[in-house]
Design a protein around this ligand. Sequence first.
Ligand code: TRP
Length: 463
Amino acid sequence: MASRGNFNSKIGFIAAAAGSAVGLGNIWKFPFEVADGGGAAFVLMYLGFCFILCFPVMVTEIAIGRKTQKDPVGAFGALGFPKWKFLGKMGVLAGVLILSFYNVVAGWAFGYFLEMLMGNFAIGGQFGDYIKDVVKIGAYGAVFMFSTAFIVSKGVSGGIEKASKILMPTLLILIISLVAYAMTLPHAMEGVKFYLVPDFSEINFEVVYSALGQAFFSLSLGMGALITYGSYVSKEENIISSAALITLTDISVAFLAGLMMFPFVAYMSEGNLHEVTGGPGLIFATLPGVFESFGPILGIVVGASFFLLLSFAALTSTVSLLEVPVAYAVDELKVDRKKAVWLIAIIIFIVGIPSLMANGYSPFFSSFITYMGNDNPTDFMTLVSDIANDSLLPLGGCLISFFGAYVWKKHNLNEEIAQGYPNYHGSFVEKFINIMVSYFCPIVLGIIFVLTVLDRFFGIALV
Ligand code: TRP
């Protein structure tokens, strides 16, 4: 075990896994997905997916990782099913794709930290030009990728653990304070209403699969990141309660981020919420103006802290994304860890360059492809995220639950979960997990995956 490293403590694994889950997905992506998905109806669907569809997949991933103590590709081999290694490889591919564009957005967030430090609150109105500056954003992205690689090269314990334990609670406190402040602003209640009172006429199939993709993305599921982290967990640990804690933490941060954002959006748009198009610029366009209203000094302090902590939250996520291909290269391809880290980081950075240029700088990448049955072209970065988040992750979840229930087999899964959870056998939780991974998850995720691909890429709407 010495060469793999292990989490030092129970709280270490949970903090690191929650650090992986909590990131830009919660604070940047969740609010704009809610805005695009029509508000509270999206939120409800997202919550339902997290508990019913994602939680059992998370338990299965951690169990596979802990049982085999391997990377996602090697894990399927170690259980005796080398044919299933393709599923691990699909996870590695998804990880590479996600990190390639995630790093670009992390660069935006880190750049905003510097802008806030300089008191440049006007940046909110100039977001469109800001992300076109590929040299600057590319440099921030390079700094970010370098930091990620540096942490991963040090191994899982140490860096990741320490950073998440201190910074995550700090971020949470800052967000809660901002929620409290947001509530005092004019039009706040209109924002809260949009966020919390569902209007079911807003639901269409696109909202369904975006909410599902968001749930998988936010929980870091469906690509083996938690197989990898699970491989560092000790046998005494209770997988069910750990997974529950990770899920609850992640959902709470996303929920609070929304509760902060929508009153702010309502305030900045003077209550014209339905005219607000979300999109990736939502928090970046909205927050600087809010921080400005704090006055010059407090505005700089709060604004800079916010974007710095957001960058750290993103860093604990990028670390888990990079860890997957690295664990694969180290365990399966027998590459030296340091070499693997730096080489893969460089490759992913290069893969991300088209995404970097897809936000207005390069017309080619900014209107890269037009999906069938859709009039508007899609940019390269959105294409990558559509493929990875909304398609590969749910497909991965479908196959992982199928694998757990029918290939590895339920009793083996249950056996692994029962280690660290003595009363598991015969419990309600066991029944729930078994029914979900045997029937509900593979079937529902499989159906949604097929419908999503048809609808999004081929313009064939069956529902
Ligand atoms: N969950 C992270 C976020 O919300 C992103 C992330 C990290 C991720 N690791 C992952 C997403 C693995 C999917 C799979 O920001």
